[in-house]
Design a protein around this ligand. Structure first.
Ligand code: IMP
Ligand code: MG
Length: 373
């Protein structure tokens, strides 16, 4: 996932796939024009990378030139196409092949056809790397294209969003604007904190770990901290009112957030309902709950090791840890059906390399249909 200005984009095509499409067009055109010396006319700015890679795959004599038009501002076409750099002047009687980065509504193309109508070219063809066939409504049939793509906004490989993103080697697709609010589940030691660190970077989210907030308060001996301490010492959960109040404060601290990761809360169905109410009061909602699944014996070992390193007392005693597992099993497990009934529950294999687990979670997030249907 990448961010340009206020927008998030997710990977759509890898460099290899793009280059394969470029090569395919070059070979098709080479076959048709091998007995001539065509002029390739790239459409700036977007087509510069395409033209460059195209020419590397074009094996016969040819010339290259550029025109520059402009119609897009940000995400939507303005419909006004200006000519900023005109047709080359040596094209009379020549075969001209336009190299476009992308064909969307077809307005730019229409303007190009119009521009070249005034010239006495022998032959005029259009080649576009990407072609949004669903929304193209021009009359001119596209002669060559690398790949048909759905009607979404893409950046990279020459294509821009507000002039940025042209330098990216891969192509990325606009990701819906909605917030991503996640709940991370897992028994103690399942790796929620570790994964949350990656996810918050990747999706620009705010990570709210109730455990961390409690520990901070405890360390600083705040009123809430002392209260929470007394419960945590026994391996029990902190009362809901205290926790939800604290969460509300955390959410309110970040009014412009792109989303939140809730880690360590909710732990009961009652808390899940309270969280849903909190979300609703803010016109937000939980999009997905992701459970990191792992065997208790593996977790016990992880926790004991973590306890040795961090000195966290609740991580050093096997009985207390088992008590927390038990707590999770009896109170938290019913949350699964709560979230399943909302079709939000996703279980992830939490055993393996950290990056592998991150990839699994990203798969879930990027598969979410965030746009309301
Ligand atoms: P059309 O005139 O609507 O066909 O749009 C063509 C021009 O709009 C292209 O040359 C691009 O500059 C721009 N454009 C269209 N779709 C996209 C996109 O998905 N990403 C970036 N630019 C685009
Ligand atoms: Mg362009």
């Amino acid at each position: 996932m990448i961010q340009l200005y206020d927008k998030r984009f997710k990977l759509f095509l890898k460099e290899e796939e793009i280059l394969a499409a470029v090569k395919k067009i070059a070979e098709e055109i080479a076959e048709d024009y091998k007995n001539q010396v065509p002029i390739f006319v790239g459409v700036l700015n977007g087509a510069f990378m395409f033209v460059s890679d195209f020419l590397k795959h074009y094996p016969y004599p040819c010339e290259v030139s550029f025109v520059k038009l402009s119609s897009y501002r940000g995400l939507t076409s303005t419909g006004i196409v200006e000519t900023l750099l005109d047709v080359p002047d040596n094209i009379e009687g020549r075969s001209v092949i336009i190299l476009e980065d992308i064909i969307d509504t077809g307005r730019t193309l229409q303007e190009l056809v119009h521009l070249f109508n005034h010239t006495n070219v022998k032959d005029f063809k259009i080649a576009s790397l990407f072609y949004k066939s669903e929304i193209y409504n021009g009359e001119y049939a596209i002669d060559y294209f690398g790949m048909e793509i759905p009607n979404s906004f893409i950046v990279g490989y020459g294509l821009d969003y507000k002039e940025q993103g042209r330098n990216l080697r891969n192509v990325y697709e606009l990701y819906p604007d909605q917030m991503i609010n996640l709940v991370l589940f897992g028994k103690p030691g399942a790796g929620k904190g570790t994964q949350a660190e990656f996810l918050k970077e990747e999706y620009s989210l705010i990570h709210i770990s109730t455990g961390d907030v409690f520990r901070y308060n405890i360390k600083n001996k705040t009123k809430l901290g002392q209260l929470a301490q007394s419960y945590m010492d026994k391996g029990d959960l902190v009362p809901d009112e205290v926790t939800i109040k604290m969460l509300r404060d955390e959410v309110e601290k970040h009014p412009d957030s792109k989303g939140f990761i809730f880690d360590g809360f909710p732990r009961t169905v009652a808390q899940a309902q309270a969280l849903d109410n909190l979300m609703e009061s803010k016109e937000m909602k939980i999009n997905a709950t992701i459970a990191l699944d792992a065997d208790e014996e593996i977790l016990l070992e992880r926790l004991i090791n973590r306890g040795k390193e961090s000195g966290r007392p609740d991580d050093q005693n096997a009985d207390r840890i088992r008590n927390r597992f038990e707590e999770y099993n009896t109170k938290t497990a019913p949350l699964q059906s709560y979230y399943e009934s909302q079709s939000k529950f996703h279980s992830i294999d939490g055993v393996g390399a950290i990056e592998e687990i991150t990839e699994r979670i990203k798969g879930v997030i990027e598969g979410l249909r965030l746009v309301e249907q």
